[in-house]
Design a binder for this molecule. Sequence first.
Ligand code: DC
Length: 237
Amino acid sequence: MFVTVETAARTAPATVIVAIDGPSGTGKSSTSKAVAAKLGLSYLDTGAQYRAITWWMLSNGVDIHDAAAVATASEKPVIVSGTDPAAPTIAVDGADAAGPIRTQEVTGAVSAVSAVPEVRARLTELQRSTAAAAERGIVVEGRDIGTTVLPDADLKIFLTASPEARAARRSGELKGKEATDLASTRDALVKRDAADSGRKTSPLAKAGDAVEVDTTELTLEQVIECVVTLIEEKRTA
Ligand code: DC
């Protein structure tokens, strides 16, 4: 069968840009990956990029509490994100960084590094160019995607959940990898959210035109279904 260029353009789904923001443990990553895979879209985990730059700072002896030193070094690491939702990757200076960026050392340092405006400017630029290059569209997850990185996104979702539900999910993810208990996971999450929400440059925030989805009582499948439905509604609007 021959499909003319005109027909193909009419039947191909329009590019769609989806921003998914929210604090840790709300199911952002699992939801974003699954939605992107279901709809044939690319996927970008911007938290992994902030973790990657933090890991590079720690590995290269940069004092993460010295904002000027972090700012000066922020141009140095080469960060590359693979955007296939079935197998997302993150590399720093050509080396796979997927494992090292999930350690408690990096988790404890990432809020300080991500508060530095030069770090944010650099990663925001990288994130915008990745979104622009995604031919069929992309699901981008983070903290400031709807407010700062992609303010013109077709759909903005803000995921929330109670601190208890978020801590329980995060403890489940960490089980077997690093010793953790529910109370300390909850305290660490709340502390990190406060730092991420309180920073001056593009804090964790819900965009005025974002749809808020409280995931406390929902299963992952229900959240995925809800987001897919919202995207389909946008596409047919
Ligand atoms: O999603 P995550 O927990 O892997 O993100 C790690 C940290 O990165 C988080 O504490 C805040 C920061 N971050 C950010 O400041 N802006 C983003 N768009 C994504 C993450």
